[in-house]
Design a protein around this ligand. Structure first.
Ligand code: F6P
Length: 548
């Protein structure tokens, strides 16, 4: 695929953006009484209101033409067929297979029915979860397991952690689930303080079983078990692994029957639906894990089968490109008004930025456009007392996705109405802003002198016309959590497809790993560092001095 800038719709959008530059979102509402209704789409338990965007009917028409011209239909088909759309690694991209409907029997990839492997792994997970919860799985002193600790990083950590947190109201009693990711010894040290080796099982999650942080933490966990009295021969009662590299896991000391498979057609950041999601299944039970998969599957079906003008991932992806490439927006904020989704922006950040932080087209040529924006965010209302100031009055355009359930799991007085009101008022304030005249009038009404009105009013002006989407669901459940995350997975793919990049490799992370090993070797030896830049030499020296 060549650069999207060559597509007729891209060029038309560039002109259209200039034509629209004086149009305000509020004007679009004035001009069209049915806008709220027509700029709305629903899927898999979620309703998207995208009416508060700098987008007219013509904008949406052109954006959807761009989507077509970028080859979206073929791209979607290619993914669902198991084509090797991850071209730099010559791999299929099949997280959708992990949540395929039970009614589907086959999905042949390179001569293998991947659904057989998926189903047998789900059975293996069922049995593991049942053994833990029933007390059949015992530690080396024959005590029942009370704590499961997931050790992994990146995609083998963040997705499961965020989902386990999102599904807190669905947690089963009996077993607490913990996560360790960072190679910083403080992470594991603090977690181990909470644990008793006799009643703890570690799940080492690593697709490659070669990731430095995970191997270090797994080794530290095993050393701790031994130190706590677990005999070598009983280590297998306290460890399980999820990996596509069974040999490396066995070499580590895992019992083969405790190793859950992974496949090269699942990218790390798309893997929470596989056995990498085992900590989630332990926390909420297999029934809820299946609901999570069903929710994601419902979004897959919507993405695959729904016309683009009603297709949530397509609409959101196209609007994202509109802001990134035609309004020069550098970032995109996700603001869930739900405590349980507070860490979701971090997962979507990893998903999107590792997927679309790319500078080459599929054919290897350099891109001519900006690609993935910086994804960030956090829970409302907390952010209102922190970074929302910049959203309202800063110089940068930040499109926002507001995400909120209509019902709470925890009714406390009228907290939920206040929470929801704040969510709506933020999108409203971003859109309408405040004019100088309004600010002056406000100050006069408050009794300010004319001198103060002149001095202060400009500081109170809020430009408005700042775009947002609002995603609503009845309640945050395993199903709607699954469909929400799948929505963002597909949105990421839509944008990658428009930009003509491969959203499924991650070569950029490799250099830092190689240099990290080199510097580590210098920190722990008396190497000659004189060939390094002066800054790195001094920083190495500072570390060595501190250890002396
Ligand atoms: O370094 C990036 C990365 O490869 C991610 O893509 C991946 O999710 C993470 O590291 C962990 O990898 P693994 O599951 O192989 O330990």
């Amino acid at each position: 695929m060549s650069s999207p800038t060559q597509l007729p719709a891209w060029q038309a959008l560039a002109q259209h953006q200039k034509d629209m530059s004086e149009t305000k979102i509020a004007d679009l509402f004035q001009a069209d009484a049915s806008r709220a209704e027509s700029f709305k789409a629903t899927a898999a338990g979620w309703s998207l209101d995208y009416s508060k965007n700098r987008a007219s009917d013509d904008t949406m028409k052109l954006l959807l033409e761009l989507v077509e011209q970028a080859g979206m239909s073929n791209a979607i088909q290619g993914m669902f067929n198991g084509d090797h759309i991850n071209n730099t690694e010559n791999r299929s991209v099949l997280h959708i297979a992990l949540r395929a409907s039970k009614a589907q029997d086959t999905l042949m990839v390179d001569g293998v029915n991947v659904l057989d492997e998926v189903r047998s792994t789900l059975s293996q997970m069922e049995s593991f979860v049942a053994q833990l919860h029933s007390g059949e799985w015992r530690g080396y002193t024959d005590k029942q397991i009370t704590d499961v600790v997931s050790i992994g990083i990146g995609g083998s950590y963040l997705g499961p952690k965020v989902v386990a947190e999102a599904l807190t109201p669905y947690k089963k009693d009996g077993i607490k689930v913990h996560f360790i990711a960072n190679i910083d010894g403080s992470d594991i040290t603090e977690k181990l303080k909470l644990l008793d080796a006799e009643t703890t099982v570690f799940i080492v999650s690593s697709k490659s079983f070669g990731t430095l942080e995970t191997l270090y933490n797994a080794n530290a966990a095993r050393a701790w078990c031994i130190e706590q009295g677990v005999p070598d021969a009983d280590i297998k009662k306290h460890f399980a692994a999820v990996s596509s590299n069974v040999k490396k896991a066995v070499d580590f000391g895992m019992a083969e029957e405790n190793i859950f498979p992974m496949w090269d057609w699942v990218g790390g950041r798309y893997s929470l639906w596989s056995a990498i999601g085992l900590p989630v299944a332990v926390a909420v039970g297999m029934d809820n894990f299946y609901e999570l998969l069903d929710g994601a599957h419902a979004m897959d079906e919507h993405f695959k089968n729904t016309p683009f003008e009603q297709n949530l991932p397509v609409i959101m992806g196209a609007l994202g490109v509109w802001y990134s490439n035609f309004h020069n927006a550098q970032t995109h904020a996700l603001i869930p008004y739900d405590h349980y989704l507070r860490a979701m922006p971090a997962h979507i950040q990893q998903l999107d930025m590792e997927s679309n932080g790319k500078a080459n087209l599929l054919n290897g040529a350099g891109v001519e456009t900006d690609t993935g924006p910086i994804i960030w965010g956090g829970a409302g209302t907390n952010g209102q007392h922190a970074y929302h100031q910049l959203l309202h009055q800063g110089t940068r355009l930040v499109p926002v996705d507001f995400i909120a359930p209509l019902k709470t799991h925890n009714p406390v007085a009228d907290h939920h109405a206040q929470l929801f009101a704040n969510c709506l008022s933020q999108s409203q304030a971003l859109m309408v802003g405040k004019t100088l005249e309004q600010a002056e009038q406000e100050l006069r009404q408050a009794g300010a002198s004319e001198a103060d009105v002149a001095a202060i009013a400009p500081h109170k002006v809020i430009p408005g016309n700042r775009p947002s989407n609002t995603l609503l669901t009845e309640q945050l459940t395993p199903f709607t959590t699954g469909s929400l995350i799948a929505l963002y997975e597909h949105r990421t793919f839509v944008q990658g497809t428009i930009w003509g990049i491969n959203s499924f490799d991650q070569w950029g992370v490799e250099l830092g790993k190689v240099l990290g090993t080199d510097i580590y070797n210098r920190l722990v030896s008396d190497s000659d560092n004189s060939a390094l830049d002066a800054s790195t030499q001094a920083l190495i020296a500072a570390f060595k001095d501190a250890q002396a």
